[in-house]
Design a protein around this ligand. Structure first.
Ligand code: FAD
Ligand code: 2HG
Ligand code: ZN
Length: 482
């Protein structure tokens, strides 16, 4: 984008309408503010890029409502944006230069902590790690946890129905969100900030906005469910002969440790190799390589001996040939094995483009799914590196692909569509989903539509039309613009 490009000149009438609402410092204008504007035109990973007409930074729900109303009056589309860590292009404007990016970065208030009700009410721009910190300060925890937690926001978490590494025990954002405040596409505010765990008064509007990816309105605040703190933790890093061993081990862990199982993650040998190559300070806990690795975490808030419980799990697992080797870690050593797991996403960027496939199948079908997909992928592109890892306790793998060694990015990307179609065909063969936790954005919109029945698509389009008849709220995301 350059200041000289006439297409980049902002709509003067819209600018004049928005500036009094948010103040001069609350609007970024192409040309004048190009340096600051650039980061709002792309996602954090740099995988998607667009051209905003303007970037607006409201400070309150009332300002968000006025901004949305002004945009609706001008017939201008609004793209809600949180931390920009979404992996499907949902927060990025299109290339038209006519969409307004509405950033929630100045909506950072913690409105209320209700310790007895175990809830916190926060504004949409609060960063996930800050919600976790606030909960800790009150002797509680907010268990949503993921590699992007230092940047992603509550609004983004709600809008993508984010998952992460503790879904097995606590559920994802759907389970953790009790109420919402949302600015609707016409600028009206739906005030649904109820911290109720039971509320059967008709259609569940809160859940309607979970996973709606900014296409039904701008989430401005949320009531989140907190949980008792679980300071006692025990973490194991295990070597596995294959993925079937992982699913068998999951059964053992659950049988022995019950609800204390917080995380059950896996990563393939290829995933560990790229972490060791690209993440400084990491090292392989074992002397030799193994086909798969697992990370198991137990946690308790009382005085349960979780380390003893984990030892018992591992003993049973060894007896049943479910693990080849294992280390139990605590303190900094536990943090070191978590770094191996959390580092994969970033490490994969170090190997060039990552074809991301955030898929789920039934846990029992995971080994057969991977075998099926990998045979087919090797036929499409011999040497393609499958960086498979994820939340096996939820049946969710990130079956990502990296270029063959020595290939250029361009040569690899020429095969991208066929490779992705191959993974999706395997997902369909096993009755799975092509988006387990990241959403659709623009990246998976059409592939998801192709797998839905006409009835399901009709219902989804009808919902969109009912809430956003003018089609101005993040158009083209989740569903193709009509
Ligand atoms: P953005 O990227 O800004 O936006 C995402 C979508 O939400 C867009 O469609 C946007 O329009 C919409 N949106 C944002 N804010 C609002 C709002 N206030 N109102 C309405 N719509 C809004 N995801 C997981 O589920 N599990 C993981 O384990 C995980 N790990 C990750 C690790 C890394 C290293 C990275 C880079 C990403 C990871 N993600 C993961 C993806 C991402 O962090 C989540 O999707 C997160 O919820 C996005 O939050 P955000 O604030 O960055 O949203
Ligand atoms: C994870 O589980 C995230 O690490 C990111 O969901 C996955 O980058 C990815 O593909
Ligand atoms: Zn994930």
């Amino acid at each position: 984008m350059t200041a000289a490009d006439p297409d980049d000149r902002p709509d003067a009438a819209l600018l004049a309408a928005l500036t009094p609402i948010v103040g001069g410092r609350g609007v970024l204008v192409p040309g004048a503010d190009d340096d600051r504007l650039a980061s709002y035109a792309t996602d954090w990973r740099g995988a998607y890029a667009g051209r905003p007409a303007l970037v607006v930074l409201p400070r309150t729900t009332a300002e968000v409502a006025e901004v949305v109303r002004a945009c609706a009056a001008a017939g201008v589309a609004v793209v809600p944006q949180g931390g920009g860590t979404g992996l499907c292009g949902g927060a990025v404007p299109d290339a038209s230069g006519r969409q307004v990016v509405l950033s929630t970065e100045r909506l950072r208030g913690v409105r209320e902590v209700d310790v007895a009700n175990q809830t916190v009410t926060v504004e949409a721009g609060v960063v996930l790690a800050d919600v976790q910190r606030v909960a800790r300060e009150h002797g509680l925890q907010f268990p949503l946890s993921m590699g992007s937690e230092g940047r992603c926001t509550v609004g983004g978490n709600v809008a993508t129905n984010a998952g992460g590494t503790a879904v097995l025990r606590y559920g994802g954002m759907r389970a953790l969100t009790l109420g919402l405040e949302v600015v609707l596409p016409d600028g009206r505010v739906w005030e649904g900030l109820r911290g109720l765990r039971k509320d059967n008064t008709g259609y569940d509007l809160t859940q309607l906005f979970l996973g709606s990816e900014g296409t039904l309105g701008v989430v401005t605040a949320a009531v989140l469910a907190l949980h008792p703190a679980t300071p006692r933790r025990a973490t194991a890093w295990v070597a596995l002969a294959d993925l079937a061993a992982a699913t068998a081990l999951l059964g053992t862990v659950r049988a022995v440790a019950g609800e204390r199982v917080t995380s059950f993650e896996v990563m393939s040998a290829q995933s560990l190799a790229i972490v060791l190559a690209h993440v400084p300070g990491t090292r392989d806990p074992f002397a030799t390589a193994h086909p798969w690795y697992g990370l198991v975490e137990l946690a308790d808030g009382g005085d349960a001996d979780v380390e003893g419980l984990l030892e018992q799990v591992l003993q049973e697992a060894v007896e049943h040939d479910q693990v080849v080797d294992a280390v139990v870690a605590s303190g900094p050593r536990a943090a070191a094995v978590w770094a191996l797991r959390e580092g994969i996403s970033e490490a994969q960027n170090g190997e060039g483009p990552s074809l991301k496939h955030d898929v789920s199948v039934a846990i029992s079908a995971l080994p057969a799914f991977v075998a099926h997909a990998d045979v087919a992928l090797a036929e499409v592109l011999p040497g393609v590196r499958v960086v498979s890892y994820g939340h096996v306790g939820d049946g969710n793998l990130h079956h990502n692909l990296t270029k063959p060694v020595g290939w250029t990015d361009e040569a690899f990307l020429a095969h991208a569509d066929r490779l992705t179609a191959t993974v999706y065909a395997s997902v369909a063969a096993f009755g799975g989903s092509i988006s387990a936790e990241h959403g659709l954005g623009t990246a998976k919109r059409d592939a998801a539509a192709a797998q839905k029945s006409p009835v399901e698509l009709d219902l989804q389009r009808a919902l969109k039309r009912a809430v956003d008849p003018a089609g101005l709220m993040n158009p083209g995301k989740v569903l193709a613009a009509e």
